[in-house]
Design a protein around this ligand. Structure first.
Ligand code: NAI
Ligand code: MG
Length: 490
């Protein structure tokens, strides 16, 4: 063993466990708390305030006050940007602590958590730069008029996020909201509230005015639903499951809220025989197993050209054998546990479905170890398009390999889904690559790479993978309203 091998990271202290409303840390009005656990050991690590409607009401009041006439509404745009840069810098300065907290609450390996936190800071830096660059147009209309548009913040935004990238999803949602001048009521996922609460503390420390960011930990059907229904909230931004999004869409329709959704997928990842197979195998492995397979854009339908299929499957099996599962606080660990028992059970159910439907489980398929929600990296070969493991989002380390020969047929099969979040293609032939990128129905296409994200590049889904886009200028647009002003010059 080399002496440079990094030490196991120590467990962080948990400080913030209450609701954050108008700059105050408060218990839930009901007095209720819920447990949050460390998924690698199943131990309870903290009890967190279980927010509900009453707490949401207070948070909306605080957010409305700041938006409708408070300090935040009067701050000029450049100053808003400066505060955002300070927030990003402060998060960067506390990144080790935040990463450890993310690993503790979510179970993801510390090396991945560090990557997430650096993306958090990057996203906030990026949107800080937008704050003073949101501008309208002057429009030549008929008659003697001056006509111009103003882009104004949409208002108080309700943001509901999932547990797979807790801190990063908070940043994706805070970034454009703060840049645009909105105020926020956020509900983190009940599985992983801790990093979002810590980030709220950091925002308070750098001087973001009280009431601009409010955080209500709690459950979906209670705290989440209260946000969705609240008449004082102008927009909902949601990331999570399609079934939840449909409920939200119905509930939010009552008050005509603006809505953006980032939902799941069953993304096709296509390997042509002419690809650099070393790079493609590494990429296909990463595309699915990264983050324990808990990625909305996971490359979960792997189409491999028949000529190289068997060889490619062998390479994937080898990679799975070498994957290091274990203590997520160990910097050498590559795969941690799933987030909770429910996700673990769902995944094991799909492993059964795969077997029942006649696919061959050529790697993994079992629980790993005897504590924590670990699932072995699992590979199914001989998968056909209609099997449940080829159609449904599993959200775990289960990869389905499908064979193809004919390219036209491939595009039809790749598009035979109600989802449309991401897709990828591996080939040395640029014509094939661009043709596939044009024909596949997905919001993001990667060519000879996977999971390349950048705060400046829009991300979101076609079809039932979402509504609207996050990140980049497109992500900002969802947080502004356009106002047309016409002035008589007569
Ligand atoms: P979920 O959609 O229930 O949870 C996401 C967020 O929505 C959480 O904060 C939750 O508390 C909230 N929520 C739940 N019901 C709500 C309601 N009625 N009103 C308002 N907010 C509500 O997802 P869940 O149950 O955690 O995971 C189930 C499946 O969803 C996963 O197996 C995976 O397939 C998919 N998923 C997709 C994600 C993505 O990034 N696209 C993230 C998380 C889950
Ligand atoms: Mg749910």
């Amino acid at each position: 063993m080399s002496s440079t091998v990094e030490q196991i990271v120590s467990r962080p202290q948990i400080r913030e466990t209450q609701c954050f409303i108008g700059g105050k840390w408060l218990p839930a009005a009901s007095g209720k708390v819920f447990d949050t656990i460390h998924p690698a050991t199943e131990e309870v690590i903290a009890q967190v305030a279980e927010g509900d409607k009453e707490d949401v009401d207070l948070a909306v009041e605080a957010a409305r006050d700041q938006f409708d006439g408070g300090e935040w509404s009067r701050l000029n745009a450049r100053e808003r940007g400066r505060l955002m840069y300070q927030l990003a810098d402060a998060i960067e300065a506390e990144s080790e602590e935040l990463a450890a907290l993310e690993t503790f609450d979510n179970g993801k390996p510390i090396s991945d958590a560090r990557g997430d936190i650096s993306l958090v800071a990057d996203c906030l830096h990026y949107y800080a730069g937008w704050a003073d660059k949101i501008q309208g147009d002057t429009i030549p209309i008929n008659g003697e008029y001056l006509c111009y548009t103003r882009r104004e913040p949409v208002g108080v935004v309700g943001q509901i996020i999932p547990w797979n990238f807790p801190a990063l999803m908070a940043a994706w949602k805070w970034g454009p909201a703060l840049a645009a001048g909105c105020t926020i009521v956020m509900k983190p996922a009940e599985q992983t509230p801790l990093t979002c609460l810590r980030m709220a503390r950091i925002a308070q420390n750098v001087g973001i005015p009280d009431g601009v960011i409010n955080v209500i930990p709690g459950y979906g059907p209670t705290a989440g639903a209260a946000i969705v229904k609240h008449p004082g909230i102008d927009k909902i931004a949601f990331t999570g499951e399609l079934a939840t999004a449909k409920i939200i869409q119905r509930e939010a329709a009552e008050t005509m809220k603006r809505m953006t959704f980032e939902l799941g997928g069953k993304s096709p990842n296509v390997v042509f025989a002419d690809a650099d197979l070393d790079v493609a195998a590494e990429g296909a492995h990463f595309a699915l197993y990264f983050n324990q397979g808990q990625c909305c854009c996971a490359g979960s339908r792997l189409f491999v050209e028949e000529k190289v299929h068997d060889e490619f499957v062998d390479r994937l099996i080898e990679k799975n054998k070498g994957r290091r599962l274990g203590d997520p606080f160990d910097p050498q660990t590559e795969q941690g546990p799933q987030v909770d028992q429910a996700q673990f059970d769902k995944i094991m159910q799909y492993v059964d479905y795969g077997k029942q439907d006649g696919a061959q489980c050529v790697s993994g398929g079992q629980r790993f170890g005897d504590q924590g929600y670990f699932v072995e990296p699992t590979l199914f070969a001989g998968v056909s398009d209609d099997m449940r493991i080829a159609r449904d989002e599993i959200f775990g380390p289960v990869l389905s390999v499908l064979k193809f020969n004919d390219v036209d047929e491939l595009v039809r099969r790749a598009n035979d889904t109600n989802f449309g979040l991401a897709a990828a293609v591996w080939t040395r032939d640029i014509t094939k690559a661009h043709r596939f990128a044009a024909q596949v129905r997905a919001g993001t296409v990667w060519v000879n790479c996977y999971d390349v994200f950048d705060a400046a590049a829009p991300f979101g889904g076609f079809q039932q993978s979402g509504l609207g886009r996050e990140l980049g200028e497109a992500g900002l647009a969802a947080y502004t309203e356009s106002k047309t002003v016409t002035v008589s010059l007569g």
